[in-house]
Design a protein around this ligand. Structure first.
Ligand SMILES: [Zn+2]
Length: 271
C-alpha cells in the first residue's frame, strides 16, 4: 500500500472550471475523484483528496504528505471529444505512463486523444504535473461541452474512472487489485521510481550548464559546467530543490552531482 493523492481539478475556492450540458467541471471532477478514491482504497492505498484547496495548496499538500503518486481529474472543453492525459516532460517513463492512463480512460466510446507533455500545452493548471515531487498526471476525462461525451460519461462514469485509476496505479508500480484478493496482479509491478532512470543518460542542451556538489542552486556549491551535447551517463533520481527540480546524476567515475531537471536545459536520452 502507498499514500497517494487523487485531486479533483478546480476544487479550490475561486477556481472556476469549464461547464456545459448542465454539468460543471468542478462537480464532475470531485465526483470522479471520489470514485477513484474508493477504487484506490479498495486496492489498499491511503488517499488524500484536498477538496477545497486551490491548486498551489494541493501541490503543497501532496509534497508535505510525501505521496508516492498524484492524479488530478478534469474535464476538457473547447469543441473536441474524448479523453487525454497530461504529463511532465523530462521525467523518464512519464509519457508511457500517461499513454496507458489515456488509453484506460478511452472506453465506452470515448475517443483516445493520447498523452500530452507540458511543454507542448503549457497552461497554469499543469503546475500539478510540474511542481509535485511525486510523478503527477492530469487526466481530462471527457469534453464537458460535447453532448455525446456527456451522455457516455453519465452512463459509464464508474467504469471509466475505475479503469483510469487501475491503469494509473499499475503504471506507478502500485497495487491495482482488491486488497482481499489472493490472486496475483495480472501485470507485474514496475521497479520503484528510483530505478526508472536506469536506461537514461542526461544531455545538456546548452553551453556552460552549471552542476552542483549538493542539491542547491547556490554559486558556492557549483562543481563545474557541461557543454552543449555532453552530460552525465547515470541519472539516479529527480528531486525538488527550492521551487524547481534537479537530477541527481553520476559521472563516469561514479561521483555524484546535481543539475537542473528543466527540459529547457537538459534532456534524458536512452543509453
Ligand atoms: Zn480543468
Amino acid at each position: 500500500m502507498a499514500k497517494i493523492a487523487i485531486f479533483g481539478g478546480h476544487n479550490g475556492t475561486n477556481e472556476a472550471g469549464a461547464f456545459g450540458n448542465g454539468l460543471t467541471e468542478k462537480a464532475v471532477a470531485k465526483e470522479a475523484a471520489q470514485i477513484a478514491t474508493s477504487c484506490a482504497k479498495a486496492c489498499g492505498h491511503e488517499v488524500i483528496n484536498g477538496f477545497g484547496k486551490p491548486l498551489s495548496e494541493r501541490i503543497k499538500y501532496a509534497n508535505n504528505e510525501n505521496v508516492k503518486a498524484v492524479l488530478e481529474l478534469h474535464t476538457n472543453a473547447g469543441g473536441g471529444q474524448g479523453a487525454e492525459t497530461l504529463f511532465c516532460e523530462g521525467i523518464a517513463s512519464a509519457k508511457q505512463d500517461a499513454v496507458a492512463v489515456a488509453k484506460a480512460g478511452s472506453i465506452k466510446g470515448l475517443k483516445n486523444r493520447g498523452a500530452k507533455g507540458d511543454t507542448t500545452t503549457r497552461h497554469g493548471r499543469l503546475g500539478i504535473v510540474r511542481d509535485t515531487k511525486a510523478p503527477a498526471f492530469l487526466h481530462e476525462l471527457f469534453f464537458i461541452d460535447s453532448a455525446s461525451d456527456v451522455k457516455i460519461w453519465k452512463s459509464h462514469k464508474k467504469a471509466i474512472v475505475e479503469s483510469i485509476t487501475k491503469a494509473w496505479l499499475q503504471s506507478q508500480g502500485l497495487n491495482a487489485g482488491p486488497k482481499s484478493s489472493s490472486s496475483k496482479p495480472s501485470t507485474p509491478a514496475k521497479p520503484a521510481t528510483s530505478n526508472s532512470y536506469k536506461n537514461k543518460k542526461l544531455i545538456s542542451k546548452t553551453a556552460g550548464l552549471r552542476f552542483y556538489k549538493k542539491p542547491s542552486w547556490s554559486d558556492k556549491d557549483v562543481a563545474g559546467s557541461v557543454g552543449k551535447g555532453s552530460g552525465f551517463p547515470t541519472v539516479v533520481e529527480k528531486l525538488k530543490v527550492g521551487t524547481a527540480h534537479q537530477y541527481k546524476v553520476k559521472n563516469s567515475k561514479g561521483s555524484t552531482y546535481y543539475i537542473t531537471a528543466s527540459d529547457k536545459y537538459v534532456e534524458l536520452k536512452n543509453k
